[in-house]
Ligand binder design. Structure first.
Ligand SMILES: Nc1ncnc2c1ncn2[C@@H]1O[C@H](COP(=O)(O)OP(=O)(O)O)[C@@H](O)[C@H]1O
Ligand SMILES: [Mg+2]
Length: 417
């Protein structure tokens, strides 16, 4: 089946770069210079899936073109460049009523390709014909559209040493190796991060490095371009090597880049530094799920209770789920659920030196010790994550809790608290 054509109204150099990417993806890029060009094209062909418009440099022409895309019976989604200032003010990203989308300069041609692809897929999802014959298409906020996108899962507990990095690394590896998922593992712990080193990757180019270089070259790389592949197939992305040079990691830009990565990966697993700073807050906001590892000791439990309270304030409470780590130490999971006030998604047993030994060899325990019981625990955790994804539960939908605690002996009154 031939793929759609994409009408493009961008300056010549950008047209060349973007059209090369779209051609590679099997789309037909068609340059339109004026609104008349676009009108002629739309009258002539009915396979224009998306139009890329320039709302930054020539706003009047863009308005005219935009009107043509939504004339009478047409509803062709627009992907529009706007000034960064404008995007902030509109706070529209992902919330437009029709399925238009916005982006800002500088951008990478590759990231536009993924967005075009996602927009065309979304536009093809059959939708209800609401009143008056107006076809409403799904916005990205609706679960149907979301199921085709990768899930952002962050691993967080404000206390150190509870197993965040261990769980992030091994969940990412298991999803990639055993479940055939495409996984991006992000080390967002810019202070004590050791995701890369525990996977044997030394001196990796970081996002801070890449974005600093990009300022000079004018080329903007997406997270998938900056990430380094591990031998197990997981793409590994480190935000920064030094906590002193992170100004370039502007929180909104990081959040946007993580969201774009969802078009390339099935899972974006983010290991976080234990703090509530602006970077972590925007990432919380973007997360589909937040896994909270808790070890059965008072400081870790207190920290989780604190996070639950913060989560209520940030309105992300329903995305949280606890993973009881080092679960075989005599404390019952039901007690932990009651005390922490979060349902347990899974338990991970204490595994002696397994994780340390695997890390010393630069591999995940999933690869190095595949037969260990603790890896069965990680697999169960991954299967439950996959189950929510398939059910279409997302941050805007039912959330994490109902599904995972369904089969467990959780006290249901607790979930509502
Ligand atoms: N289930 C477990 N069994 C054995 N060791 C564990 C387990 N979970 C974590 N560890 C070890 O505990 C230490 C702290 O874990 P880590 O993942 O670095 O915590 P965090 O990222 O929350 O600071 C690491 O040495 C790790 O290997
Ligand atoms: Mg850590």
């Amino acid at each position: 089946m031939p793929r759609s054509a994409v009408a493009i109204a961008l300056p010549p150099a950008e047209f060349a770069a973007v059209s090369a990417q779209l051609e590679e993806a099997g789309y037909e890029p068609i340059e339109v210079k004026t609104a008349d060009d676009l009108e002629a094209l739309l009258n002539q062909r009915n396979d224009i899936g998306v139009a890329i418009l320039d709302g930054e440099y020539d706003f009047d022409r863009t308005l005219e073109m935009y009107a043509l895309l939504h004339d009478d019976d047409r509803n062709i989604p627009a992907l529009m460049v706007v000034a960064a200032r404008a995007l902030d003010r509109m706070s529209l990203a992902g919330r437009a009523r029709v399925n238009d989308e916005y982006f800002t300069r500088p951008y990478s041609a590759e990231s536009l390709r993924w967005r075009v692809e996602a927009m065309i897929i979304r536009a093809e999802i059959p939708v209800n014909d609401s009143q008056g014959g107006i076809i409403e298409t799904n916005t990205p906020d609706e679960p149907d559209a979301d199921t085709r996108r990768g899930q952002i899962v962050i691993v967080f507990n404000p206390k150190g040493g509870v197993g965040k990095t261990t769980i992030a690394v091994n969940v990412a590896s298991l999803l990639q190796i055993r479940k055939g998922q495409r996984v991006l593992l992000v080390d967002c712990d810019t202070v004590t991060g050791h995701v890369a080193s525990s996977l044997g990757l030394e001196n990796v180019r970081t996002v801070a490095d890449a974005w600093t270089e990009d300022m000079n070259t004018g080329v903007v790389e997406s997270f998938s371009e900056i990430a380094v592949p591990h031998q197990n197939g997981v793409s590994v992305l480190v935000m920064a090597e030094s906590p002193l040079h992170t100004e370039i990691l502007e929180p909104k830009r990081v959040a946007e880049a993580i969201t774009s990565a969802c078009l390339v990966y099935d899972w974006v697993i983010v290991d976080m530094h234990p703090d509530y700073g602006p970077l972590n807050q925007v990432i919380f906001e973007r997360a589909d799920k937040i896994i909270v590892p808790v070890t059965p000791d008072v400081p870790a439990i207190r920290a989780a209770v604190q996070f639950r309270e913060v989560a209520v304030e940030l309105d992300i409470r329903e995305r949280l789920a606890m993973v009881v780590n080092r679960a075989n130490s005599g404390v019952s999971v039901a007690d932990m659920e009651r005390t922490v006030g979060m349902p347990a998604l899974a338990e991970v047993r204490s595994a002696g030196m397994i994780f340390v030994r695997a890390a010393n060899e630069g591999r995940s325990a999933v690869e190095r010790f595949p037969k260990e019981k603790v890896i069965d625990d990680i697999e169960t955790l991954c299967e439950r994550m996959l189950a929510t994804r398939e059910s279409g539960a997302t941050k805007s939908g039912q959330g994490f809790l109902g599904i995972f605690s369904g089969g467990r002996n959780t006290n249901p009154s607790m979930r509502a608290s």
